[in-house]
Ligand binder design. Structure first.
Ligand SMILES: Nc1ncnc2c1ncn2[C@@H]1O[C@H](COP(=O)(O)OP(=O)(O)OP(=O)(O)O)[C@@H](O)[C@H]1O
Ligand SMILES: [Mg+2]
Length: 449
């Protein structure tokens, strides 16, 4: 990790050896013998780091530090001082120095500190860039839908997003709870900080408390050091407690305390830690029923459910399907570098008639599969899964006789499959004679072998 460094030191020999040392490391090095010259250089150069003596002719090291902070906040500043005093160190850090080094200098220490600081800053940059990337990616992942209920949800999101309120998002699996949670975060003032989803059902009960709230050294066997919890790590941002219905009763009062007092108590500690985190939660269980059954605390439920957003299953808002199909195809086009135009009319009618027990996630999977298998332009019915096709609803304008025939055929097929093709056994189960079974099979077009 190398960069542009300015060395500020009035003692000629010390300055020369520092410059040489840093050049050898591969840095681009500039030098100044007094404070004023340093300030001038800081104005003109694009510096990664300033390494400055504290006592200098002209302006001293603290003045250099202050100036650099003002004109170039991203430049790192390290002070060197022979006059080791806690006060100057504190003052330097207060003014925004990243570190300070005691004289007489140990060269390895100087190099190590500079290397560490530059590395750290580069990582911080990378994180910022990645976070922006991720946000851009998820910004395109806003919930879409033209149904009345989806429109209402979008309006509600807009209203609650800027507030600090806790929101409970409910709906079947795959209905879009996490997209809604993410959108609330992205439209909130916390959008530049983390959105941290935590799946409460995926963490074993014994670990959940220490994972969520952290622990201190010695809290339990194996706790050799302290560890921050997820709440602390989400500070400034949003934590999304997925599957909140799975939270053990024993932990629920502790979560209530976080919501009410904004404080977490690490396992083994007596000192609550303040955390500034917004809480969103989701469940696919009927939480109210859980409360009535005594499996979920009523007080916590009401605290979580200040604002409730319920996402109905996809089959109750089929008018959303065309827009979702378009949105999901677009997303997969980008991911797979393909150029699908859409689905043909007949296929859209099929997609709109299915039951979608797995909701939008299932629709998404069906489309993804079709886009892998298809011809690259239009998705057709041939690209939809045949065997394990998502269950079809009985068509409203279908012919009854045809529907019954379909049911009969399905049923026979299933029984024959169960008996491994043993027709005698199948006939017994169905309450037919063997010849009746053969006749039916022939009528329904079923194979005999
Ligand atoms: N309204 C929507 N608009 C766009 N994409 C959606 C919508 N709803 C769901 N999706 C997509 O469907 C998939 C499943 O959504 P999500 O993960 O939010 O569901 P979930 O309700 O959290 O499911 P689970 O209960 O299984 O965790 C995701 O890929 C998501 O992007
Ligand atoms: Mg989810």
């Amino acid at each position: 990790m190398t960069g542009t460094v300015l060395v500020v030191e009035d003692q000629e020999t010390a300055r020369q050896s520092l410059c040489e040392l840093l050049r050898e490391e591969g840095h681009q090095v500039y030098e100044a013998a007094d404070g004023r010259a340093a300030i001038k250089q800081a104005d003109e150069l694009d510096l990664d780091l300033v390494l400055t003596d504290l006592v200098l002719p002209g302006a001293d090291g603290l003045a250099v530090l202050k100036h650099v902070r003002e004109v170039s906040p991203q430049t790192l500043v390290v002070l060197m001082t022979a006059h080791a005093s806690v006060e100057t160190a504190i003052e330097a850090m207060r003014l925004g120095a990243q570190d300070y080094i005691l004289k007489p200098l140990i060269f390895e220490e100087v190099l190590r500190k500079i290397h560490h600081l530059m590395n750290h800053r580069n990582l911080a940059w990378e994180i910022q860039v990645l976070r922006r990337e991720i946000n851009r990616h998820f910004a395109s992942d806003q919930p879409v839908g033209r149904s009345q209920v989806m429109q209402e949800i979008l309006m509600l999101i807009e209203k609650v997003a800027p507030t600090p309120s806790t929101v409970l998002i409910t709906g079947e699996s795959g209905a879009g709870k996490e997209v809604v949670a993410r959108t609330i975060h992205m439209q909130s003032p916390r959008k530049d900080n983390v959105f941290l989803p935590v799946n409460c059902s995926a963490i074993p009960e014994t670990l959940l408390e220490s994972q969520l709230f952290g622990y201190v050294k010695g809290a339990f066997t194996g706790a050799v050091g302290s560890q921050e919890g997820l709440f602390q790590r989400a500070r400034g941002g949003t934590i999304f407690l997925d599957e909140i219905g799975e939270m053990p009763l024993s932990l629920q009062p502790k979560l209530l305390r976080v919501i009410e007092e904004k404080k977490v108590l690490p396992v083994g500690s007596n000192n609550p830690v303040h955390v500034d985190v917004r809480i969103l939660a989701s469940t696919n269980r009927e939480l109210k029923e859980e409360v009535e059954a005594g499996r979920f605390r009523g007080d916590l439920y009401y605290r979580l459910n200040v604002i409730g957003i319920h996402i109905p299953p996809l089959r109750e808002r089929r008018e959303d399907i065309p827009l979702l199909v378009e949105h999901l195809i677009h997303r997969h086009n980008l991911e797979m570098k393909k150029n699908y135009k859409g689905v043909d009319n007949a296929t859209m009618r099929t997609l709109m008639s299915l039951l979608w027990k797995g909701n939008v996630r299932e629709l998404d999977n069906v489309l993804e599969r079709a886009m892998i298998l298809g011809n690259g332009e239009w998705i057709t019915s041939a690209d939809l899964p045949g065997e394990e096709a998502p269950e079809k609803e009985v068509s409203l304008n279908g012919n009854l006789e045809e529907a019954l025939r379909g049911c009969e055929k399905n049923h026979l097929e299933r029984i024959l499959e169960k008996t491994g093709g043993d027709k005698k056994r199948a006939a017994e189960i169905l309450g037919f004679s063997l010849s009746t079974l053969y006749r039916k099979m022939e009528k329904l077009g079923l194979d005999f072998d």
